[in-house]
Ligand binder design. Sequence first.
Ligand SMILES: [Zn+2]
Length: 321
Amino acid sequence: MAVEGGARRARAGLWARWIAPLAVLAMTAGAAQAAQAATPVKMALTFDDLPAHSALPPGVSRMDVAGRLLAAFHDARTGPVYGFVNGVQEEKEPDSVGVLSLWRAAGHPLANHTWSHMNLNTNGLADWEADLVRNESLLEKHMAGQDWRWVRYPYLSEGETPEKHAAARKVLKTRGYRIAGVTMSFGDYAWNEPYARCMAKGDTAAVAVLEASYLKAAKDSLDFERGLSATLYGRDIPYVLLMHAGAFDARMMPRLLKLYQDNGVTFVGLEEAERDKFYAADFHAEATAVPTTLEEAMKAKGLPVPSQPAWGGAELDKMCR
Ligand SMILES: [Zn+2]
């Protein structure tokens, strides 16, 4: 008993002197961690136009572009990143065959961006559906047993009339698709052509301008969309970032991912991001007035949409001509 009591007293002394303060510390750390856990900004990375997007600089292959993107995902521990495929590119650019296998070998999923990147707003729905379906055997080949039934509308065109918009959603629902939303984009595609031109001219000063403006546009758009989300919901929705599998994107990817991480971003899968109720409309067949972007959500609430930072499309177009 005495020993036991002594042991208990000893434990009590130990508790008072060491364990209790440690426990308080641990609780404080726990509370801080909980607060921090609420803070991370979740973002799903998505890449359109696999296996070939935009112009290439001299000496750079489609496989190089994919390899650099995948290495950056690996180094930043992004987790699975959906690539949206246009099968026609394998016919147009036979050198791009191998990109989809490389993407899969690195553990990243693929999904549908239609066979020929067909614009729903300027083509009939039946043709568009056929183009969507034409892509499926390629996806099935690379994604057998996996979830490739996500669609990213080319040009983000969802139908130019409410009727067509609704009919397209019905088609997608019937075929088991969900729509991959876009709630963040900084027009990354616009840097790829000037980059190829500037590299061909060996204009390193211009490339440096491209690098700085690309990162600035990414940061501006992060701040912009986060501002809208805060105004609308008082929180960060998980964002779905639209990117393209271009040569300049590949060059910039390590720096871009670091920029996001330095700003509190945690990368999540598309499925996880779209589990947020903001994206509920992406799973509905019926045409709805439910907004699918933060800009639309602002308008739906009668809130003024602040003007977006200029992302330099016109200046980019003039570079290295
Ligand atoms: Zn596209």
